[in-house]
Design a protein around this ligand. Structure first.
Ligand SMILES: Cc1cc2nc3c(=O)[nH]c(=O)nc-3n(C[C@H](O)[C@H](O)[C@H](O)COP(=O)(O)OP(=O)(O)OC[C@H]3O[C@@H](n4cnc5c(N)ncnc54)[C@H](O)[C@@H]3O)c2cc1C
Ligand SMILES: NC(=O)c1ccc[n+]([C@@H]2O[C@H](COP(=O)([O-])OP(=O)(O)OC[C@H]3O[C@@H](n4cnc5c(N)ncnc54)[C@H](O)[C@@H]3O)[C@@H](O)[C@H]2O)c1
Ligand code: SF4
Ligand code: FES
Length: 805
């Protein structure tokens, strides 16, 4: 039977969760295409608060890597917006002039932040807080400016304010109501929260209505209706969201506040569904992930025709503020009315507050401040419509940690975002031999969203595994196995395993084919252990490494030829210019590593460009040596003490093409002025009079780290020997995808010195193994253009999105 064409508009949290649910039910029934306006794979929007607060990094919040789309044969068009839907012909049209037919269409366009239409709202320095771009903008501003004003004292505004404080700014929060988070808390909890946040350094202006944003081109402050004003260099609007319904509305799909759907997430147009923040179900529009995920489950069942009698029934909401040091929780009804009664406990000494709302004898809602460990239990009671006596009789546990989870019934919700109960997690731990929070996340989704339930999941692991948990803290390679990297490597050596499939088979992998995390890792470990005999598995590599070129956001590729030490000549420059003209290269750009990057290249042109260039690959895509950047050195610079260019070229020639756990950047400078920036390189060599200093484990990227001095050597032979041993030790002991900076942080620079510098015997052994690995290196572009099968498979077949011309 031909596959049904399924299109998802909106590559966000709700839409992609719905696709995951569909793939679970019917992995082979749909030909799936996803359009997303943002140029990223699906990421955890919730964690943007944590990114701003400095607890995590943008690069760590991806929920589904590019590889996931590939592995599931999903065509993703990132950075592409659907502009029109033809309901009769069942075709969507995008802003890149693409048209795509569908049998089933899911609209998951989320929300737009509500921007107050104030005079001056278009000035520089005014932002929303909704996506990666906004988050990066705020981080950037905090580096140059001091005063921030956040308009809106709701969940988003307060999380933004905490982040801006962490970034060193002075923060005023301007709020319309006379207490904070009035949509989620009652007055008592709101006031306690205010005190706590004031103690943390926030300043509040309550009952204030902003009238104008002042400044010329750039914001300088706010004026209020009451005549007051404050100074500000950055203004963040966090005053709620509006469902993004424009596309549906313009194309004749019924909308109200959101896109109107029934219990099966069907709109009024056949074969068109809506899910997530853009959808309106029984007059409710939701702005938290838990209900959106429940909607996704109902939608998946409907589309797959599986057990779909009941559909989505609406959700009981619960919220928790993600600001460290403040525990606030609310669920269900938060204010008493004529039909309800409240039970309130205020412990002024401990600073805790608890209010339960009882509606006709049943628990209907709760507000907690200061101690929120009972939150999820209350949510469970409310969800099942329990009588308040039942809750009170069960008694609130004063315990915490393992004792607390031990006393929970099996149906108690542990992860509110994903609706995962204690019973589900314990069963998964037992049945799938899980030992880490990461594995529980991979298996059950618990802790995959806001992450506040991580400690409960960890408690459940400890409760279920006992001493085994304590002994087993090292993370396994991925959710497909409970084995750690060291255990897997030991087993490969011990049992003489030779293929990744064999490893998975013999070591009892839970999935037949592995996943996007373990496949490339195993491929790397096998190649590292057995460089001569092991045949690299191209299909296990990430797309860039497989293609020997970096894929760009529009589906084209970039080509960077090697220029040893950053030195070129007129002949190579002419060849590059000719190639650029012949293939109408979109942009020619100098890279930070002193190379020339040709951008905007069509996949099918890659092999002929490599042939025309007739230069080695610059490995700009590789988990291996990228570049050795050099300063001009003693031959030209009046400060130079050593031949940095010659040394850089030698290093690059020696280690090019080597596979490493992650990319390697090197540099050589010829004096302490360090023009080649050795302080932020994996290996940064600095020449002094008669001496080379070798600095290692620097990182100039997202995890900024200054390099450590490994040692000083006198001769270039010694330098090569130390760098060789250092790189080989990294290759053998780092986790796959661990940069040298993280690896050295983990194992300690002193330990690395002991092995690589102090122990001559170990150094020689490492260099022997390094030489073996280097002897197996092949030039990838030269190899690729000779291989007919590879050319056909990779460069002719269209299996990744290509840009429209
Ligand atoms: C900073 C922050 C913190 C949060 N914290 C929490 C929290 O702790 N707990 C919680 O439950 N929720 C939280 N939320 C809310 C939660 O992130 C959202 O409820 C959730 O992301 C909504 O998912 P969605 O898929 O409906 O919409 P989105 O995630 O907004 O995804 C919609 C996507 O569709 C794209 N799109 C729109 N129109 C088109 C088009 N025409 N063509 C192609 N693509 C299109 C958009 O660019 C967007 O990427 C937070 C939100 C923010 C901003
Ligand atoms: N921890 C979490 O669960 C979390 C965190 C961040 C965001 N979110 C979600 O993101 C969405 C957006 O959050 P939000 O906080 O913007 O929405 P919200 O509607 O919860 O809060 C907006 C707040 O802004 C105030 N406000 C409105 N107009 C104002 C004005 N002119 N001046 C000053 N204050 C004004 C309101 O009184 C309200 O308290 C929501 O759906 C929220 O649930 C959730
Ligand atoms: S690092 Fe020193 S030698 Fe090299 S270019 Fe800079 S100033 Fe000159
Ligand atoms: S409660 Fe948010 S991820 Fe579990």
């Amino acid at each position: 039977m031909p596959k049904q064409k399924l299109i998802l508009i909106g590559n966000g949290m709700a839409g992609i969760r719905a696709i995951e649910e569909i793939l679970k039910l019917k992995p082979n029934d749909f030909d799936i295409t996803v359009f997303g306006s943002e140029p990223y794979p699906n990421y955890n929007r919730i964690q943007l608060s944590k990114v701003l607060q400095g607890d995590t990094d943008v690069s760590d919040i991806t929920l589904n890597e590019w590889q996931w789309y590939e592995d599931n044969n999903i065509r993703l068009y990132p950075g592409e917006t659907v502009m029109k839907i033809d309901k009769q012909k069942q075709i969507v049209y995008t802003d890149k002039d693409r048209e795509e037919a569908y049998d089933q269409l899911i609209i998951a366009t989320g929300s737009n932040p509500f921007m107050l239409p104030l005079p001056g709202a278009d000035k520089e320095g005014v932002t929303a807080f909704r996506d990666i771009k906004d988050c990066e903008k705020m981080i950037d501003y905090s580096k140059k400016h001091k005063r921030a004003a956040v308009i809106g004292g709701g969940l988003l505004g307060l999380e933004a304010a905490r982040g801006l404080l962490n970034l060193g700014m002075d923060v005023d929060v301007i709020h319309l109501s006379d207490f904070l988070m009035e949509r989620q808390l009652d007055r008592a909890a709101g006031e306690l929260l205010q005190k706590e946040l004031e103690a943390q350094g926030m300043n509040f202006l309550l009952e204030k209505q902003t009238a104008e944003i002042t400044g010329k081109k750039h914001v300088t402050g706010l004026k209020f209706n009451d005549g007051g004003k404050i100074a500000a260099d950055l203004v963040v609007m966090a005053v709620g969201i509006k469902p993004n319904i424009a596309l549906a509305k313009e194309n004749g799909i019924e909308v109200n506040r959101g896109i109107v759907v029934n219990d099966f997430m069907e709109t009024d147009v056949p074969n068109i569904y809506a899910v997530g923040e853009c959808a309106e179900h029984r007059q409710m529009v939701y702005g938290l992930v838990a209900p959106l995920y429940e909607q996704g489950q109902a939608l998946a069942k409907r589309i797959c025709g599986v057990d779909a009698e009941q559909g989505y029934q609406g959700s009981v909401l619960s919220t928790q503020l993600k600001v460290s040091g403040v525990d606030v929780f609310s669920t269900g009804k938060i204010n008493e009315d004529k039909s309800s009664k409240a039970i309130k406990v205020f412990d002024e000494w401990r600073g805790t507050y608890k209010k339960l709302i009882v509606d006709e004898g049943k628990l209907a809602g709760a507000v907690l401040f200061g101690d929120t460990k009972d939150g999820n239990r209350l949510l469970s009671f409310i969800k099942k419509g329990a009588n308040v006596e039942e809750y009170l009789d069960a008694g609130q546990s004063e315990e915490s940690g393992v004792d607390l989870v031990a006393g929970m019934p099996d149906d108690e919700i542990i992860c509110g975002c994903n609706g995962v109960s204690k019973g589900t997690i314990v069963d998964a731990i037992k049945n799938d031999s899980l030992t880490t929070v990461e594995q529980v996340k991979g298996c059950t989704n618990a802790s995959r969203s806001c992450g506040t339930c991580k400690s409960l999941v960890s408690d459940l692991l400890e409760y279920t595994l006992g001493d085994d948990y304590a002994d087993n803290q090292e993370e396994s390679i991925c959710g497909c196995t409970t084995l750690t990297k060291d255990e897997v490597i030991a087993e490969i050596k011990d049992k003489g395993l030779t293929h990744t499939r064999e490893v998975m088979n013999v070591l009892g992998w839970k999935t037949e084919e592995g996943c996007s995390k373990c496949k490339p890792a195993l491929n790397y470990y096998m190649g590292m252990l057995n460089p001569i005999e092991y045949e690299d598995e191209k299909e296990s590599r990430f797309v860039n490494e497989r293609m020997h070129a970096n894929i760009q956001k529009d589906g084209t590729y970039s080509v960077v030829p090697r220029m040893y030490g950053g030195v070129t000549n007129s002949k190579d420059l002419r060849k590059i210019a000719d190639v650029a003209d012949k293939y109408e290269v979109g942009m020619i750009k100098l890279t930070g590593g002193q190379r020339i990057d040709l951008l905007g290249i069509q996949k099918q042109d890659l092999p002929s460009i490599w042939a025309d260039l007739d230069m080695p690959s610059g490995s700009a895509y590789a988990k291996g040596l990228r570049t050795v950047k050099t300063c001009v050195g003693a031959n030209f610079c009046r400060f130079g003490t050593q031949d940095s260019v010659g040394m850089g070229i030698d290093l690059e020639k020696k280690f090019e093409g080597l596979n490493t756990p992650h990319k390697i950047k090197m540099s050589v400078s010829a004096c302490p002025r360090n023009c080649a920036e050795g302080g932020v390189k994996d290996v940064g060599v600095i020449g002094l009079d008669g001496v080379w200093e070798i600095h290692v484990a620097g990182n100039g990227g997202t995890h900024l780290r200054k390099a450590d001095l490994l040692c000083k050597v006198k001769t270039s032979e010694e330098l090569m020997e130390i760098v060789g041993a250092y790189l080989q030790y990294y290759r053998e002991t780092a986790n796959y995808l661990e940069r040298t900076s993280a690896w050295v942080e983990r194992v300690g620079i002193d330990h690395v010195k002991e092995v690589v510098v102090d122990d001559k015997k170990k150094r020689d052994e490492l260099n022997e193994r390094m030489d073996l690995a280097l002897s197996a290196v092949q030039e990838p572009w030269g190899e690729a253009i000779k291989n007919e099968t590879l050319l056909k498979e990779l460069y002719e077949k269209v299996n990744v999105p290509t840009a429209s011309k």
